[in-house]
Design a protein around this ligand. Structure first.
Ligand SMILES: [Zn+2]
Ligand SMILES: [Zn+2]
Length: 353
């Protein structure tokens, strides 16, 4: 008698990034799992501003050196588990974050896992399968509640970044907060800030995105294409004081500078959007000093925020579906990315293998 032999394919379809605007759909080996690792069959991946940036410039200084699989927001089914994995079984519905901290370095010890010196990144969501490394299995692979679809669950990563930024900026009920940028991240900020009881002034450029900002609950919506938005924020706030907090979620030097002009004395600016490397902005020293302005930034997430994000999606404090404006098959990825670069009003597109 012969033992039962599981017949499996050894190749899968995946998107491989080769350089600037060069992504190819290829057949590559299905990763094999080793001890502590989990193979996930991807059911949905979401496009993200970071992926667009990576696609446009052909690499990511910290995360992607081409040729490389890419995409980092995904959920799916456990296909196979490595030796020593007890918490997951084939068939389980899961979502994975795109990184895992070391838990040993200076920053991890100080609860700044997002700044971990040895943060292990995970890319390859635009594929049929992805191998989750042991460190991420242990800390950032979570089982989905039944009522949460795969594509909604894939929002945990960006949402976790937003939650951490809100927490770090110490925004309280009743604060007036400007959100510059109505992309997926900006819209998540609007939604979560309204949930917190803040008055929200949304600033964006594209008609469809401004309409979305309003739908997410923004109290004021300013179109930066024809308004002096700094002046408008001053007008809206009592005594032209400026906003308590300004969140910049675009990542251009122009909007970073706008943020400086919108905040009140003693207020805080969170520069959430990363600008191209090597760029600089001038600082008005008088403004910063005599107005006691706090300038901070938020990067990435921690395992705790990934859990909180999943909870919030599960409790439907934020409706995941409202951030997903379409669904496409993996082979159309290049067209989808090109369309998103044109900023046609889509928020996130779900990519299904
Ligand atoms: Zn992302
Ligand atoms: Zn660390």
């Amino acid at each position: 008698m012969r033992d039962f032999i599981k017949v499996t394919r050894d190749k899968m379809t995946a998107a491989v990034l080769y350089g600037k605007r060069d992504v190819r759909i290829e057949q590559i080996p299905i990763p094999r799992v080793a001890r502590g690792e989990v193979l996930v069959r991807i059911k949905a991946a979401l496009t993200c501003g970071t992926d667009l940036k990576v696609y446009r410039q052909g690499f990511h200084a910290r995360m992607i050196v081409p040729p490389s699989v890419f995409g980092h927001e995904m959920a799916g089914l456990v296909e196979e588990t490595g030796e020593g994995v007890d918490s997951f079984r084939p068939g389980m519905r899961v979502v994975s974050a795109n990184s895992g901290p070391c838990n040993r370095c200076f920053f991890c010890e100080r609860h700044l896992a997002n700044l971990c010196e040895d943060l292990q990144f995970l890319n390859g969501a635009y594929a049929e399968y992805i191998k989750i490394p042991e460190r991420i299995v242990r800390q950032n692979l979570l089982i989905l509640p039944d009522n949460l679809s795969f594509r909604e669950a894939a929002l945990v990563e960006p949402l976790a970044c937003v939650l951490r930024a809100i927490e770090e900026t110490a925004i309280a009920e009743g604060d007036t907060v400007v959100v510059i940028g109505m992309g997926p991240i900006g819209l998540m900020f609007v939604r979560m800030l309204k949930q917190l009881g803040a008055t929200v002034i949304a600033v964006g450029k594209r008609e469809k995105q401004l309409v979305m900002g309003e739908r997410m609950g923004a109290d004021y919506v300013l179109d930066a294409t024809h308004l002096n938005v700094v002046e408008q924020v001053r007008r809206i706030t009592n005594g032209r004081r400026g906003a308590d907090v300004v969140i910049e979620a675009v990542g251009t030097t122009e909007t970073w500078q706008q943020a400086m002009g919108m905040v009140r004395r003693g207020g805080t600016i969170n520069l959430f959007g990363g600008c191209p490397s090597g760029t600089h902005i001038p600082l008005d020293t008088t403004l910063i000093h005599y107005s006691e302005i706090t300038i901070k930034a938020s990067f990435h997430h921690t395992p705790r925020h990934i859990r909180e994000a999943l909870d919030i999606l599960h409790r439907r404090e934020i409706i995941g579906e409202s951030f997903i404006t379409g669904e496409e098959r993996l082979p159309s990825l290049r067209n989808v990315l090109e369309r998103l670069l044109d900023r046609n009003g889509d928020i996130k597109i779900a990519i299904v293998p």
